[in-house]
Design a protein around this ligand. Structure first.
Ligand code: ARG
Length: 282
């Protein structure tokens, strides 16, 4: 029986295994909401930066306690959204596709992240021709990359990414402004499994997802509205916003270990768990 949905929950006989990951994060030292580039951002509403820092520290501790490695990039003043490290690049097979932001307010983040990669000794780095907002819109699943477009990443970037990584890139069109990045509407759970919010996608893209992932977990509107899909999974542990109660229960039934965290201050900028996390895939 499923909770909060009509899908039956498939039985998973095999045990799930977590694999240790290397992650990049950026402390919200300069976090604030001074502009609005998505429907969640209301500059007139106060932001509690101290609380944002505490919530972020807690997320980092959760990752460390799960055995993951967390690298940090220095936050820069004047770049309040730099905390959303997922947007800084896309890293697959040790290759780095730089980010090129849609909005002027965030453009300086692209080069800032790329210099971090250069300083770390990454050599295979591409400064992109087309707008793309990193892992906000690029989500690798096994040896395929799912790619969002519609609000931020230019569809032409999808071809650029396919040529650069040499992996198939599947274009998906987002249609709901509240789910302006792919990682706000879809989360990768393992090399073969995802969860997503169907209403955030165009009919054609919904059908593509249905064909590729017939068993996928579908989030309901309540869980999507608290950014429950903005989650990080290591194959077993799934870190996600704690308010996504329905998803937490359904992930457990599928044999995952959901871990709820509170990132409500960062949600005031339209971000949560995954947005704060860039995976450095070797
Ligand atoms: N305020 C930021 C923006 O609108 C939030 C980015 C969230 N990041 C993400 N990976 N979805 O660009």
């Amino acid at each position: 029986m499923s909770i909060g949905g009509t899908q039956p929950e498939p039985i998973r006989p095999t045990a799930r295994t977590a694999t240790p990951r290397r992650l990049l994060m950026c402390r919200p030292q300069h976090f604030e909401v001074t502009y609005s580039i998505n429907p969640w951002m209301h500059p007139e509403k106060p932001v509690d930066r101290e609380l944002a820092l505490l919530q972020w520290d807690r997320l980092r501790e959760v990752y460390l306690s799960l055995g993951h490695t967390v690298e940090v990039i220095d936050p820069l003043p004047g770049l309040p959204d730099m905390v959303f490290a997922a947007n800084g690049a896309t890293v697959v097979d040790g290759k780095v596709l730089g980010a090129r932001f849609r909005h002027l307010e965030r453009t300086a983040e692209g080069p800032a992240y790329l210099s971090w990669f250069a300083a770390q000794g990454y050599r295979d780095v591409l400064w992109p021709e087309f707008i793309n907002e990193g892992e906000g819109d690029y989500l690798p699943v096994g040896r395929r990359i799912l790619a969002g477009t519609g609000f931020r990443t230019d569809q032409r970037s999808h071809h650029e990414a396919q040529e650069f990584f040499g992996l198939p890139v599947t274009s998906l069109t987002l249609v709901d402004p509240e789910h302006y990045h792919l990682d706000t509407a879809l989360a990768v759970l393992s090399d073969t499994e995802i969860m997503y919010y169907p209403a955030a996608f165009s009919p054609g893209s919904r059908s593509v997802l249905q064909n590729l992932f017939p068993d996928a977990l579908h989030a309901d509107p309540q869980d999507a509205a608290v950014f429950g899909l903005n989650a990080f999974s290591d194959g077993y542990n799934v870190v996600l916003p704690q308010a996504a109660a329905g998803l937490i229960e359904r992930l457990r039934r599928r044999g995952f270990n959901p871990i709820g965290v509170d990132l409500t201050e960062l949600l005031k900028a339209g971000g949560a768990v995954k947005c704060c996390t860039l995976e450095l895939r070797p």
